[in-house]
Design a protein around this ligand. Structure first.
Ligand SMILES: Cc1cc2nc3c(=O)[nH]c(=O)nc-3n(C[C@H](O)[C@H](O)[C@H](O)COP(=O)(O)OP(=O)(O)OC[C@H]3O[C@@H](n4cnc5c(N)ncnc54)[C@H](O)[C@@H]3O)c2cc1C
Length: 425
């Protein structure tokens, strides 16, 4: 059986039931491919509406980004809403703006309704390293308030030191509708909700081929699923199963470390209110405390998603730049995971033919978006496609350089933005 990477999350995962591989031919209303947040959230929303749902997962529940991420409930999309206003128009922005804050509410509703134990905490900080970044946060605050988020506080240089024990920041934005979770335990709890609603999950069951038609047929190594609809939720781990979906997106890796448990005093000095933090750099750092007071610190991007050999040597210096006081602290876990980048950084949502739906490519900020996506996909399958159509209408472009050169070209672009961050322009 495929194992999780050496992640703190797999070491602290809640117990869950067995989900044996598919070994027969079965039928259902909807076959969901992939048991990350997108697939599980879609399955829950459909099951709550009475659909018969089967989820097939190539590896294990939460094996992809959903079981490895920073655990930060970050509102909005990987692109600011004003960029959506400019590129997709005012109608798209008026629909997608308020939706930017829905994913966090869906997570909290599910945690409460299904009794999911995932260490949910409220409060997330966007930390500005330069005055330019702080100015941007100020503008974002006004924009987010316009779209209904009234739980924001702009932090000046003095105030941010009360919530983050680092000298790095000139200010920040606190979003009390953000927060953090144990990501794998959220996925496992959602899988349990799927089963409690009558859904079925098969782990170790990769979709190897999808035969399209009036009732698509999903092939797996030892069985097949005939369904009225298929939802593809394989994101950065999908490979070439559906070539159309691979064309305008690129898997990327990002790495995370977890320290040994910190003393109460040290943990409190870093993050006194236990908020999570991400900075505003183009290639950003993100961190938070776990329930047992480890610092979970992530950052960096590997375009093309090759696994780096020594993760600690990449991430530990970033952590020490933010918290030099952790110099003597040991790193217990280090792992990598893949997210799916699009050129616009906006998610890719759509339909292939009449009955194959997909959502992918949330470009690094997907914990809330994927929960929203599940709800919107379920609405579309029920025939209410207004919100789905707006997401599906977002513009997408192939990466410059095609599949051969997209990695060096994108890395070059990122180097430019990194330089801007360093220069503060
Ligand atoms: C290290 C890391 C840190 C991150 N931190 C944050 C964060 O703090 N906050 C935030 O908002 N976002 C974060 N993200 C992004 C976020 O985790 C993802 O956007 C989100 O989890 C994607 O969920 P998903 O369900 O679409 O994809 P995944 O969770 O990747 O799930 C896809 C699943 O599909 C399965 N699959 C693929 N192909 C097949 C197939 N052919 N048949 C069957 N199953 C298949 C895979 O095995 C996998 O389990 C992070 C991502 C990474 C990698």
């Amino acid at each position: 059986m495929q194992q999780y990477v050496d992640s703190y999350y797999s070491a602290s995962r809640n117990r869950d039931r067995a989900h044996p591989p598919l070994t027969e031919s079965v039928e259902c209303d909807v076959c969901v491919v992939g048991a990350g947040y997108t697939g599980l959230s879609t399955a829950i929303a459909l099951l709550e509406q009475g659909f018969k749902v089967i989820v097939i997962e190539a590896a294990r529940i939460g094996f992809g980004a959903s079981g490895r991420n920073g655990g930060q409930i970050v509102n909005s999309y990987s692109r600011d809403i004003d960029v959506i206003e400019r590129t997709a128009g005012s109608h798209a922005a008026s629909v997608l703006g308020p939706m930017a804050f829905e994913g966090g509410r869906i997570i909290r509703e599910r945690v409460a309704r299904y009794g999911i134990q995932c260490d949910l905490k409220d409060g997330g900080v966007f930390a500005a390293i330069t005055p330019r970044q702080l100015g941007h946060l100020q503008a974002q605050k006004q924009l987010w308030e316009r779209y209904g988020n009234d739980r924001l506080e702009l932090l000046d240089a003095r105030r941010i030191r009360e919530v983050v024990g680092s000298e790095r920041y000139v200010g920040g934005l606190l979003d009390m509708s953000g927060g953090h979770i144990h990501p794998l335990n959220l996925a496992l709890g959602e899988a349990e909700a799927v089963c409690s609603l009558g859904g079925t999950i098969h782990e170790q069951t990769p979709a190897t081929k999808i035969e399209r038609g009036a009732q698509p047929l999903v092939h797996t190594p030892h069985g097949q699923v005939r369904a009225n609809f298929v939802v593809i939720a394989g994101n950065a781990y999908l490979g070439d199963l559906v070539p159309e979906l691979a064309a305008k997106s690129m898997p990327c890796g990002t790495q995370v470390i977890a320290t040994e448990p910190l003393s109460d005093e040290l943990a409190h000095s870093l993050l006194p209110q236990d908020y999570c933090v991400e900075d505003c750099n183009y290639l950003l750092d993100y961190y938070r405390l776990s329930a047992d007071k480890r610092l979970i610190y992530g950052g960096g991007v590997v375009y093309g998603a090759r696994d780096p050999a020594d993760i600690e040597s990449i991430i530990r210096p970033k952590m020490l730049r933010t918290f030099p006081q952790l110099r003597q602290v040991k790193i217990d876990y280090a792992w990598t995971g893949n997210f799916l980048l699009t050129l616009s950084r906006l998610p890719q949502v759509g339909r292939l033919g009449d009955n194959i739906y997909y959502s992918q490519g949330c470009s690094g900020h997907g914990v809330t978006y994927t929960h929203l996506a599940g709800k919107v996909l379920a609405e579309a399958l029920r025939g209410q496609a207004e919100r789905f159509d707006v997401l599906a209408g977002l513009p997408h472009y192939p990466f410059p350089g095609g599949r051969l050169l997209r990695v060096p070209f994108t890395a070059l672009g990122a180097a430019y933005y990194q330089l801007r961050d360093r220069l503060g322009v």
